[in-house]
Design a protein around this ligand. Structure first.
Ligand code: FDA
Length: 453
């Protein structure tokens, strides 16, 4: 058995864990990061598949994500803009393809009016929400008791307006069916990006990418920690008391520390045996969180052929299997890459099919946006985070109906020497790398504060 002693043991080498570890090390504490996988990065994973560099996990950076932007700059990484010249496309309820520019979908005037009015209403509600404390809003209980779908349907009878408004926080963000989460959860998602309008604006939310891939952020942060990052060491048991913790990990490793930071998705807390058990409140609240589910589809072509048709590559339709798709061509690459997304129940249904049938169905959907050439990529890959043992879904976790108002306030509360950090409990940057970095900093600051006391 190997035995280590540190001030802080950090469980998980994603963006949150590597950030927390660096903050603590800078402040003079000794740390070790234990990572279950054989790589650093968690939901950030840049890999080469059949000769194409793909962002299998997170990739985009938006202008409001200050914590991520600061980290990127500090690590000396370069960013580039998503390709967006030309027309976007929208497929309507009858399957007709429409080209458009700007933010409003090309829909009938009365549908456009309904979308604009409800967007204004949502922006006003979001402006009243503190993303770090949505449960404190006077209407939080009421807004957490109605589903996102039911609330939208109470605002208009226009089904196309509802579907277009719904998918911004539904299929596109929380990646759950819109009847499975509350209005409050939807408002938190929008508040985390500054406004509902920001969230639906692809040019804002999917603004820039990192040259060489976003996984470099946790990789470079881990490099600074040197031998204090140990891969292939899943933590299985955490003993804790007022005096500190003992983490027991795979590879016959035992770490004694004053504090622990659990820096992974909250749905994985029950993979660890806590001795003694966590308090009642945590037992309850952790059961009300679950991961969304989305398949990120990568299709690489010998050239970005859609640009020849004057298309930006940006495509939306709440009626399509791939509800959104973008030009995802790598910086300096002559080839063209499209990325499409298949969410929630559509993703469940696709995984009942064979790999060949899945590919055919997805490429068929992309061809409705870009034409028949989309059916013949030279590289094709589906990111399937649902089958990743140490993640179990994508993009992140959210509360079930009523859960955010009931339990949200305790999600980040430390239990004795155990602190929590993950993008899935962030306010600003919620479900994003920016939120992971913010939560890494937050947990580190709380540990430092506790250590000072
Ligand atoms: P993360 O899950 O990354 O890290 C936790 C780590 O803990 C993992 O490495 C895991 O293996 C480890 N672990 C778990 N249990 C353990 C145990 N018991 N012992 C030891 N280790 C353990 N964000 C964004 O900003 N822009 C984007 O474009 C996207 N797009 C996107 C696409 C896809 C397909 C996904 C899956 C996700 C995104 N995201 C995103 C979200 C973003 O990737 C995500 O929010 C953060 O990377 C999460 O970072 P964390 O460090 O919080 O958790």
């Amino acid at each position: 058995m190997t035995e280590l002693t540190r001030d802080v043991v950090i469980i998980g080498a994603g963006a949150a864990g590597t950030t927390a570890a660096n903050e603590l090390k800078k402040a003079g504490l000794s740390v070790v990061v234990l990572e279950a996988r054989d790589r650093v990065g968690g939901r950030l994973w840049t890999d080469v598949i059949d000769g194409a560099m793909l962002e299998i996990g997170g990739q985009w950076v938006s202008p409001d994500q200050d914590a991520l932007k600061e980290t990127i700059a500090e690590l000396g990484l370069e960013t580039y803009s998503r390709y967006r010249e030309g027309d976007s496309v929208y497929v309507g309820p009858d399957g007709t393809l429409h080209r458009f520019t700007g933010e409003m979908f090309p829909v009938a005037p009365e549908t456009e009016k309904a979308i604009a009015e409800i967007t204004e209403r949502l922006d006003a509600m979001v402006a009243e929400i503190d993303p770090d404390r949505p449960w404190e809003h006077p209407n939080a209980a009421e807004w957490d008791a109605i589903t996102w779908d039911a609330w939208l349907r109470s605002q208009t009878d226009d089904d196309e307006a509802v579907r277009n408004l719904a998918f911004a926080t539904g299929s596109a963000m929380l990646t759950k069916p819109t009847h499975a989460f509350s209005l409050l959860q939807s408002l938190l998602m929008a508040a985390s990006a500054g406004s509902y309008s920001n969230l639906v604006d692809a040019d804002f939310i999917l603004d820039r990418r990192v040259v060489g891939g976003l996984q470099q952020v946790p990789i470079l942060l881990a490099e600074r920690l040197g031998e204090d990052v140990l891969l292939g060491h899943a933590v299985r048991t955490l003993e804790w008391s007022d005096d500190g913790v003992v983490a027991h990990a795979d590879g016959d490793l035992r770490v004694n520390a004053r504090y622990a930071i659990l820096a992974h998705a909250p749905v994985l807390y029950d993979r660890i045996s806590f001795v003694p058990a966590l308090p009642r409140r945590q037992h309850q609240l952790h059961q009300h969180l679950s991961m969304g589910f989305v398949i990120k589809v990568h299709a690489v072509y010998d050239r970005p052929f859609w640009r020849e048709q004057g298309l930006s590559g940006t495509a939306f339709s709440p009626y399509e299997l791939s509800h959104e798709a973008y030009d995802n061509t790598n910086h300096g690459d002559e080839r063209g890459t499209l990325v499409g997304f298949v969410s929630d129940q559509n993703a469940d249904d696709l995984f009942t099919l064979s790999a060949e049938e899945r590919k055919e169905r997805i490429l068929e959907s992309l061809s409705h946006y870009y034409g028949p050439e989309a059916k013949n990529p030279i590289v094709y890959y589906e990111s399937d985070w649902g089958s990743e043992e140490w993640t179990r879904g994508a993009y992140a976790a959210s509360f079930d109906m009523g859960g955010l108002h009931r339990y949200g306030a305790d999600l980040r509360t430390a239990v004795g020497p155990i602190h929590f950090a993950c993008s899935d409990m962030a306010g600003a940057g919620y479900q994003h790398v920016d939120g992971a970095i913010r939560m890494g900093r937050f947990a580190a600051a709380n540990v430092l504060e506790a250590a000072r006391r």
